[in-house]
Design a protein around this ligand. Structure first.
Ligand SMILES: C[S@@+](CC[C@H](N)C(=O)[O-])C[C@H]1O[C@@H](n2cnc3c(N)ncnc32)[C@H](O)[C@@H]1O
Length: 208
């Protein structure tokens, strides 16, 4: 586990936060960009609820407009920083699938990479047993470091695989594959019986 403990009790809910009303479990995408993956996934899995969070206003605007064209009943685009949103919106063991697709590699700020953050332990507590995380990147060193963190710190099983040349799940994936960059992903599983220090944490905001 992380040496530093995440402190959810000090995190305010995002501005204009409304406790979501959808039934959990859900699928969750963090850093959805302009929503290409979210819309494709929602079209292919109409039975699943997908919450797709994007922090950057301009990208979120494009996503929201595109989503209106598609009329997908179970897709919820959220404009927020995913960290406080997850803390205040989600119950423990409520996420069946998590997508982290081409996160910012944060070359100057390794502490901001998802698997280096104390928040990652909180995120794990929101996952159901046997939930899967897809972590994709075009930066091999990013995935090397994440793989090392999974083995040494998080003790989670994963499989590493290359992404097919004709894959086109996200805008960044399309761009990177067109440049022949080595896109790959870690498929991470949260096994039965995995514990975190947040397994019983429910935000007071979510309890209201
Ligand atoms: C490199 S882009 C990839 C976008 C998309 N997944 C794709 O592959 O086309 C990473 C995205 O993550 C978003 N992001 C980073 N940190 C975030 C956070 N804490 N909450 C929500 N979105 C975040 C950024 O705004 C950015 O749009």
């Amino acid at each position: 586990m992380s040496a530093r403990l995440f402190q959810p009790q000090y995190l305010q809910a995002p501005r204009n936060f409304v406790v979501p009303q959808f039934e959990q479990p859900i699928c969750l995408e963090i850093g959805a960009g302009m929503g290409r993956h979210a819309i494709l996934f929602a079209e292919q899995h109409p039975e699943k609820t997908l919450v797709a969070i994007e922090r950057t206003r301009a990208k979120f605007k494009v996503f929201a407009v595109r989503q209106q064209d598609h009329q997908l009943a179970h897709l919820y685009p959220v404009h927020a920083d995913a960290i406080p949103w997850v803390v205040h919106a989600l119950l423990p063991r409520s996420v069946e699938q998590l997508f982290l697709l081409y996160p910012n590699p944060e070359p100057k700020n390794p502490a901001q990479r998802w698997l280096n953050m104390p928040f990652f332990e909180f995120l794990l507590s929101r996952l159901q047993n046997n939930a899967q995380i897809t972590l994709a990147s075009n930066v091999p060193a990013y995935l090397d470091e994440a793989a090392n963190q999974l083995q040494q710190m998080w003790k989670l099983p994963f499989v590493r695989q290359m992404i097919a040349q004709d894959s086109a799940r996200t805008h960044f994936e399309v761009k990177y594959l067109a440049r022949s960059e080595p896109c790959a992903e870690l498929m991470i599983t949260k096994p039965d019986g995995y514990h975190t220090r947040f397994d019983d944490y429910i935000s007071p905001v979510a309890q209201r």
